[in-house]
Design a protein around this ligand. Structure first.
Ligand code: ACO
Length: 399
């Protein structure tokens, strides 16, 4: 039986028959969604009916955010409205949030993101409601505020300054400007924007599922997003783009020492790592077993940015080796790692950028979950001991 055709077992449990599903919920469907998912052949991710490649290549951040939240691409007046709101909210992060971020120890920006969002929830969440106007307003506020919090955290930890948002710029251009500290070119801004759109959603991935679990308890959206950031941070999920770039830079350094071109040395480097049973970050995926279509869109932008041809040769060689050795495809993180490096983005901001895109999916899933809710609460199969009796401490540890 292949890993995809896993079998569920039925056993007798406290609520009658219970289903034992594969570890890691492999190939398990806990609910339906109309937001995004992979087509039955596992070739394309569908964003509300469109392929991810189509939307990733053509849609602006605002258009894609509208598609996710409201289910359709916007008309002109709708586009103006969502742009106005996101740009305005980007400039409205309360000053006290910056003050709070200044007080905490210098750390990875993902931490600033999770507690910055939780703090933001203190402003809005205590009066939490579930009517449409309220939910959509807060989804947009979160989408707009998260990049401001991440970039403030990054700069505060480095030079103690905060680069303020400019509501007159387009969202993606302004966010990239805040990260790199200079005005990006139109090409740079569009490459960055496309990566945000490619990251926006992906079915019931680990962080989105985390958000849905928190939403299912009818907690507020800010708490759910803070949880999503925590799940995304792990190296098996969003943290992989940072690890992938660290790996490529280590390989580059070793190649230079060995006097070999990286596109040739990368094979040796990967084989050594595989021999040590190490994972190659940026490869493998729970759903895409042959090809991750998001890499094609990212590759188009990598090609147009500095040293694009060189990096594409390195990526293609790594993919060839990994397919030959492990039958594993590269995932989006392997490509965005290089794209962000070309844009001059500091590596610890790579996973926060993933979150700046994924927050559109998180907030859309939060709304879908609470609109048709049942608390997500699986049952465990207890396999520990039974029948033990409490003993006072003086009797408990007698030798
Ligand atoms: N390098 C080396 N071996 C790997 C890798 C890798 N990157 N990925 C999977 N494998 C191995 C597994 O160890 C497993 O081996 P085994 O059968 O001997 O135990 C085998 O390939 C099959 O793994 P899967 O069952 O396909 O993987 P799973 O669905 O459980 O996990 C995951 C998917 C977590 C993405 C995994 O491939 C991985 O750890 N990749 C590296 C981290 C990474 O790039 N994460 C980003 C994911 S995409 C995203 O978040 C946008």
């Amino acid at each position: 039986m292949s890993r995809v055709e896993v079998e569920c077992k039925m056993e007798e449990g406290p609520l009658g028959k219970y289903i034992i599903v594969p570890k890691g919920l492999y190939n398990v469907v806990p609910d339906t969604t109309t937001i995004s998912g992979v087509d039955p052949k596992g070739e394309h991710t569908i964003y509300r009916g469109y392929t991810i490649a189509d939307i990733g290549e053509h849609a602006s951040f605002y258009e894609a955010a509208h598609l996710f939240l409201y289910g359709q691409l916007p008309c002109e007046d709708e586009l103006r409205e969502i742009k106005r709101k996101i740009d305005t909210y980007r400039g409205q992060v309360p000053e006290k949030i910056f003050d709070a971020l200044k007080l905490v120890p210098k750390t990875h920006p993902m931490y600033y993101g999770s507690y910055g969002v939780a703090l933001l929830g203190q402003y809005y969440a205590p009066e939490w409601r579930f009517d449409d106007d309220f939910l959509y307003e807060h989804a947009l506020r979160l989408i707009a505020s998260l990049p401001v919090i991440f970039t403030a955290g990054w700069h505060l930890a480095h030079d103690g300054t905060v680069i303020r948002p400019d509501p007159n710029l387009d969202h993606a251009k302004d966010v990239l400007r805040m990260i790199i500290g200079r005005m990006p070119s139109d090409l740079e801004a569009r490459a960055f924007e496309s990566s945000l759109v490619l990251y926006m959603d992906h079915g019931f991935n680990a962080s989105t599922f985390t958000v849905r679990v928190i939403a299912s308890t009818l907690s507020d959206m800010y708490s759910a997003v803070a949880g999503g950031i925590g799940a995304l941070k792990g190296p098996l999920h969003g943290g992989a783009n940072e690890k992938a770039m660290q790996m490529l830079l280590e390989a580059k350094e070793q190649a230079e020492k060995a006097g070999k071109p990286l596109e040739e040395y990368i094979e040796e480097y990967i084989l050594q790592k595989l021999a040590r049973k190490e994972k190659i970050m940026g490869f493998g995926h729970r759903v895409y077993k042959i090809h991750d279509p998001r890499t094609d869109v990212a590759a188009k932008f990598i090609k147009q940015l500095p040293e694009g041809e060189y990096w594409l040769k390195v990526l293609k060689k790594a993919e060839e080796v990994m397919w030959r050795e492990k039958k594993l495809p590269a995932n989006i993180d392997f490509y965005t790692a290089v794209l962000y490096y070309q844009l001059g983005i500091p590596i610890p901001m790579y996973t926060p950028i993933f979150a700046m895109g994924r927050i559109v999916g998180w907030t859309s899933h939060y709304i879908e979950q609470v609109k048709n809710n049942k608390i997500i609460r699986p049952t465990e199969k207890y396999v520990g001991p039974t029948g033990l009796k409490y003993a006072p401490i003086e009797e408990r540890c007698k030798k």
